[in-house]
Write a protein that binds this ligand. Structure first.
Ligand code: CO
Length: 470
């Protein structure tokens, strides 16, 4: 009998980033993470995704903690495991395009504070928007993973994806990720896609999907059989639903095969025991809505990511128009077509979703147009795979001339200005970056931080060895 060739599957754990972002609105705090870090560090994960995405905004805005401090604490705890972050290309961790100097400095500081792998994507898959971040990460000797935002539509053929993969390889990526934020990639399509990518590039391939439509673990199985090297999973208490397939389940699936991950199920069980009460609490307080844990096949019908569905419900609730839910769901693909059929992922998902809500509530399409929609139709987010609907463009931006260059080419350096603006609050260089991304939210946080420190100074200066409470 021929000896089995081993090609162990690698696992990236998402419980500290995407899983809680997808299920409990990114509300897991640093304090909740730290006690389990030591055990997680012993698992032998390929990487732990723990920073970036919405965690930065949510830390400052809701948890009143410094995201940089979180990163440093996680770095201290994870002595053997690579740390990964999610980075939105020229949008960094925000919702707009930033100047190159901000992007470069952000990448530099992320790596200096402990990130090993930067997963970089653009919501339009416009590679020009990745360029600055990729070069900066190359320079800082970080592992550059470029993620393609997966979506469906006439333009998104196998040729399209393999062509993109080749360009990504040429750009200087160390690996490639298929980022299926809406759970649209079905198992047999995954076979075709991964085989095509494997044939077209030498880059390791990582699969990232969400359970929203209920097919995710089958998609992983087919992807791995087709040659995918790494999969993204979440510890079971924060898995499934709008999150990732469960780590323990995928580990068990491949046990004893050529893809055996070698991870210890007992250790994983201990880690799951740690997170389970957190899940139960979140259910009790309503932070975790049991609805997001089920199968939502509408995501396949309307190609809308799970997070976008819940945003939609709350927007309609606010407008007292919950009965318009299905009308809006049908309007979303139409707006997406008008906007050049981009993938729906932050920030394009919010822009398309909000415009669809307005189109339905106003009773006339594009009667009211958001600032962001105008930006998209002016080319300020980059180039979409298909041209914009000319009539819609005219109605929204009139005779204004759309830009065709890389959007950031028109943005002057910003860092120096920001540094001046926050001089009175600055306690570390990283504060400039927090402010650059979220000026109001960061300023509120800086004020809060200072107030806390003053409290500590007055009451317990001698007993506290912390600079400020976390
Ligand atoms: Co995700």
């Amino acid at each position: 009998m021929a000896e089995q060739v081993k090609k162990p599957l690698k696992i990236t754990e998402t419980v500290l980033r995407d899983a809680h972002q997808s299920l409990i609105a990114t509300r897991m705090s640093t304090e909740q993470m730290l006690p389990i870090v030591d055990k997680m560090d012993k698992v032998g994960y390929y990487a732990v995704e723990c920073w970036g995405g919405a965690t930065f905004d949510a830390s400052l805005r809701f948890l009143k903690e410094d995201p940089w401090e979180r990163l440093r604490k996680l770095r201290d705890g994870f002595k053997n495991t690579k740390l990964q972050m999610l980075f939105r290309g020229q949008n960094i961790l925000g919702y707009n395009h930033y100047a190159d100097d901000v992007v470069e400095y952000f990448v530099q500081k992320s790596i200096a504070n402990g990130i090993d792998i930067i997963r970089i994507f653009d919501c339009f898959n416009d590679l020009r928007n990745l360029h600055t971040a990729v070069k900066a990460a190359n320079k800082e000797k970080g592992h550059v993973q470029i993620a393609l935002s997966y979506t469906l539509g006439d333009a998104y053929t196998l040729e399209y994806w393999t062509d993109m993969a080749k360009k990504i390889e040429e750009m200087g990526a160390d690996s490639l990720c298929i980022k299926d934020m809406a759970g649209l990639l079905v198992p047999y399509e995954a076979t075709k896609l991964v085989k095509a990518l494997k044939a077209g590039t030498k880059l390791p391939i990582e699969m990232h999907t969400h359970y929203t439509s209920g097919v995710a673990s089958m998609t992983y199985l087919k992807s791995v059989e087709a040659g995918a090297d790494i999969i993204d999973t979440a510890m079971s208490p924060f898995a499934m639903g709008t999150s990732q397939p469960a780590t323990e389940v995928m580990v068990e699936t491949f046990r004893g095969t050529e893809y055996d991950t070698g991870l210890d199920q007992n250790l994983l069980a201990e880690i799951a025991d740690y997170f389970r009460p957190m899940q139960e609490d979140a259910l009790k307080t309503g932070l975790l809505n049991p609805k997001v844990m089920g199968v939502n096949i509408k995501t396949l019908l309307y190609q809308v990511p799970g997070g976008m569905l819940s945003n939609l419900v709350s927007q309609l609730k606010e407008a007292n128009a919950e009965d318009k839910y299905y009308q809006v769901l049908e309007e979303i693909p139409r707006v997406r077509k008008d906007f050049g059929e981009p993938p729906l992922v932050t920030p394009s998902s919010q822009i398309v979703g909000t415009q669809a809500v307005l189109n339905v509530l106003q009773g006339e399409r594009y009667k009211m147009v958001t600032k962001e929609s105008k930006k998209v139709l002016s080319g300020e987010f980059g180039e979409t795979v298909k041209p914009f609907n000319k009539e819609v463009q005219k109605k929204c931006i009139g005779d204004a001339k759309p830009i065709t260059c890389r959007p950031a080419d028109l943005i002057k350096p910003q860092l120096e200005e920001y540094e001046k603006e926050i001089a009175q609050w600055k306690q570390q260089d990283e504060d400039i970056l927090s402010y650059a991304l979220f000026p109001q939210v960061a300023t509120e946080f800086f004020k809060y931080r200072q107030a806390q420190q003053e409290k500590v100074d007055v009451t317990a200066a001698d007993t506290s060895n912390k600079a400020y409470p976390v």
